[in-house]
Design a protein around this ligand. Structure first.
Ligand SMILES: [Fe+2]
Length: 241
């Protein structure tokens, strides 16, 4: 993979600053001193690698991968899109992992304290690997909004958490996907840490009526952009190579 050139630096005007007092826990978690910058190391640029053999048959199907005596309650959706590098090229063989609350906004997690009930047939996590064109797809239940202890009455909009491993540790991304048209997006203190409205819209999956399954599931489309390499942008192979 090492065809020369280090990765683009993160654009810190586009990403949220580390210190954002409206998001309370960022106060104690943010660095107190100026950041130091290091060159990418060989291990950051060459690993990790994943094969399709690690993926189980139901790993990308949250409707069935935890089902016990029935299917989970809630609105059935398909989430799909492409993982792209910063130069717009599809990134194949990325490990994409996702986790979420159930339809009532409750996580299956020991420390979860929200009163909404667990769904015995819904685990809330899965994974897949991108195809040759960087595409991924999974089936799930639309998650519910949930309250969290930040201000006196703060709620998270419905969201799905994503972790993506590209071709190198420098391309690891952890992010969240929101749903088009959800008014809670604009009331969320975590979303409000993102300085640019367009960046927020990039985190919002579009309702995609072309990929719905009639009488079964709606679909949402969510593309994910990882950092690209500086040296590999050639105008004659912008896409898909
Ligand atoms: Fe969450």
């Amino acid at each position: 993979m090492s065809d020369g050139g280090s990765y683009y630096q993160r654009d810190r005007l586009w990403h949220p600053p580390a210190y954002t007092p409206g998001y309370k826990t960022s106060v104690t978690r943010s660095p107190q001193r100026a950041l130091l910058s290091f060159d990418n190391s060989i291990s950051e640029m060459t690993g990790p690698t994943f094969g399709h053999s690690i993926i189980g048959e139901l790993d990308n199907d949250l409707i069935l991968n935890f089902a016990k005596d029935g299917e989970p309650i809630g609105q059935r959706i398909i989430v799909h899109g492409r993982v792209l590098d910063e130069n717009g090229r599809g990134v194949p063989n990325c490990l994409v992992e996702f986790w979420q609350a159930n339809a009532g906004g409750r996580y299956r997690h020991k420390k979860e304290s929200y009163l909404a009930p667990l769904d015995p047939n819904f685990g809330g996590c899965g994974r897949t690997i991108t195809g040759e064109d960087g595409s991924y797809r999974f089936r799930t239940i639309q998650p519910g909004a949930y309250p969290w202890p930040n201000g006196p009455n703060d709620w998270r909009p419905a969201h799905i958490h994503f972790s993506v491993f590209g071709h190198a540790f420098a391309q690891r991304l952890i992010t969240q996907m929101y749903f088009e048209g959800d008014p809670m997006i604009w009331k969320c203190p975590i979303v409000a840490t993102i300085p640019d409205r367009e960046a927020i819209e990039r985190l919002t999956a579009a309702l995609d009526m072309n990929n719905t399954v009639p009488m079964d599931s709606r679909a949402y489309k969510f593309d994910i952009v990882l950092r690209g390499r500086r040296s590999t942008l050639f105008e004659n192979r912008m896409e898909g190579n």
